[in-house]
Design a protein around this ligand. Sequence first.
Ligand SMILES: NC(=O)c1ccc[n+]([C@@H]2O[C@H](COP(=O)([O-])OP(=O)(O)OC[C@H]3O[C@@H](n4cnc5c(N)ncnc54)[C@H](O)[C@@H]3O)[C@@H](O)[C@H]2O)c1
Length: 438
Amino acid sequence: MHSTNIERREFLKAGATSAAAMLLTQNVPGQTPAGEGKPVRIGCVGAGRRGSSLLRNLVRMEGVEVVAICDIDPAAAAKAEQMVVKSGRKSPELYTNGEEDFRRLMDRPDLDAVIIATPWEWHTTMAVHAMKAGKYVGVEVPCAITIDECWQLVNTSEATGVPCMMLENWSFRRDNLAVLKMIRQGHFGEIVHCHCAHSHNCIHWYFDAQGRPRWSGNHLLKRNADQYPTHSLGPVLSWMDINCGDRFDTVVSMASRSLGIQDQLDRKHGKDHAPAKLPYKQGDIVTTMVRTSKGNTVVIAMDMQLPRPYDNRWQIQGTRGLYNEQRDAVFMADIPGKPETWEPFAPYQTQYEHSWWKSSGAAHGAGHGGTDAIELREFVRSVRSRTQTPIDVYDSVTMSVIFPLSEQSIAAGSAPVKCPDFTRGKWKTTRPKFAVET
Ligand SMILES: NC(=O)c1ccc[n+]([C@@H]2O[C@H](COP(=O)([O-])OP(=O)(O)OC[C@H]3O[C@@H](n4cnc5c(N)ncnc54)[C@H](O)[C@@H]3O)[C@@H](O)[C@H]2O)c1
């Protein structure tokens, strides 16, 4: 292991200590801390597919009360209410009085936090209102869909001192956290490059059973971009010290032509199906390259409207080796007595298991292999102690901003575009804090 890695380990150790010290001394203003022994009181906005999946996790958690639910669809809200009641908890109050009724929920004085799982166009408006009302925010992906919205989230979180966490579950995946530990201990040397993807046929999510565009499908008509960059980038931010030693600097994107939507709709609904003939702007595969300030590179692939199995294709490459998620393998150079070849990841998973997963009783049977339960448990932990959330507002917007930046680059013939520095220079001195073990 070379000296930079040893320095990095020391840096991390110091970071963990000072971060822990900061957590002890700098509590977040707002409501009275829920405190140990007191329940954390949560309000949920959006009780559709994802909202109900998150709620299923929340009602399994001890010390959590879901006291309010908001959805413009009264049937969705009532179904969610039943989920809470069946878990043996008190019936939550429902807010179903139109698109702006979330404001009444967020203004309740008895809430500690809100979970937002609505269509994308509502995320920033809702998160900003919640922060101004002093409520911790857990907002679904992406948290913002324009550069201006990213700044609104950063500015509001800074002005109010209230944390805003995008609920990017893949940051908490078991294998990704073990890889993070290996990186931090220097096993892959100096990191130079990462590849990641969100390859997932989501035609069923963009269109309803009759093959008409849902709210998500309407974005395919209006925009040509990496519209879902955060699942790919979830682990990449911490793997590459983004916003804590490095930052995204330049973005270049290309989109293929758009054939998958029409073809899948034709095959399912017949040649005369009108929505198949709409002018979709979204290309089938968007490939984005990012250069960081340090000079490292990232390739992000988005592929969500062609038939294919789910795939993330994470690969992180350093000067001494690499991890490849698709192969479920690592390759490491210069290990005495070991040939330089692919090795199965399983023994490394055991050896570098992150502490979040060691006590993961909460994860069993929960969504996305247990990842959602870990993510929500860590969010609730920060609400209870009124400390910073594991994913802060800067990381949340850095993952989301690839949506509008890739759109700009594609529209300009794949021209390089600059990524805003949402930290305003703090990335140079901020130490890694996500999932740092003390
Ligand atoms: N993290 C993940 O793994 C994951 C998975 C799926 C979806 N998501 C994200 O979750 C979010 C929701 O997606 P979904 O699939 O649940 O969509 P959905 O359409 O099933 O649910 C959205 C719900 O929001 C409600 N709603 C719309 N406008 C509202 C408003 N103004 N006030 C209150 N309620 C409102 C709708 O009635 C609906 O019930 C999206 O941001 C999506 O990207 C994340």
